[in-house]
Design a protein around this ligand. Sequence first.
Ligand code: KG4
Ligand code: ZN
Length: 341
Amino acid sequence: MNILGIESSCDETAAAVVRDGRVLSDVVASQVEVHRPYGGVVPELASRQHMQYILPVIRTALDRAGVTLDEIDGIAATSGPGLVGALLVGLQTAKTLAVARNLPFVGVNHLRGHLLAARIEGDDLPRPAFPYMALLASGGHTGIYLVEADDRITCLGSTRDDAAGEAFDKVAKLVGLGYPGGPIIDRLARTAGEEQSFPQALRRRDSYEFSFSGVKTAVAQHVARLGGRPDESQISAIARGFQRAVVEILVRKLTLAARARQIERIVLAGGVAANAGLRQHAAAVAKERNLELFAPPIEHCTDNASMIAYAGYLSLQKGERSGADLSPRANWPILSSSSSG
Ligand code: KG4
Ligand code: ZN
């Protein structure tokens, strides 16, 4: 079964072809250069870029997979959560192709895509069996999820304010680093000589909620104390301390949740899962606590269409279909344990 997956929820235009759960091609056109001067994603510009890239990206994905549109058996596209104007482009393209080719189509939840990315077949890495406890940390979302099956995912807690990736990006901006801030802070944290310590919020054992606005404010106050102009080594010390504060709380909640639910496998997901410090700390804590850690390759952590094609493949295989009237959803939370019983 060949599935074409399309992702356009934020600032990456992506298409991928998955055959029976294995990736044949995975193409991402990044818009980072377009948004960089603004220090963040400008929704209107994102939609326009998606319009420009979407067909060439799909064409390249088909070519690299060595298949034609005639050989595609189903189409999956992200239908939320995300920027509505951006989602519209990928979703409408997917629906049009599906109608024109009389192919089954399904809309995919972007968060579900991230949470199942560790199970994509095709590389030599071990894949987690169900059930597993996952940390999803990206630019738009941060939460702890119990994944019992591809269609049984429960949110145990999420952030009350900023997402972890958003905090990385905002702190980078505060100290005058570029955009997106996550990878830059990650790099600086590795080589910093000193470390400035910052507080961690909501460390309670019984809560899987996060809050990153406090650490962001603490960084702003520290920068103000330095006269608003930290030097290079002070910036590196901030990067290292900020990253530690975020990474430690993320791993703490993930491992606390795993232990509380007696789950042995833990999984990292989302753009922040690309962070070297997070991967290292998670590996160390997993070893100490006898947990098995699964960290997908970086290209399956940051936004991509393989995860959408893969999640779509699982849904289509079960006979799930979306109608041609499917609309994009800006918000589409995965049910929390309290609301799903
Ligand atoms: O999953 P993603 O690609 O898009 C969303 O769904 O939001 O995540 C993007 C976020 C950005 O905030 C970016 O700064 C962060 O992931 N990110 C990182 C790293 N690479 C990307 N954060 C920390 N360290 C990294 N190496
Ligand atoms: Zn994402």
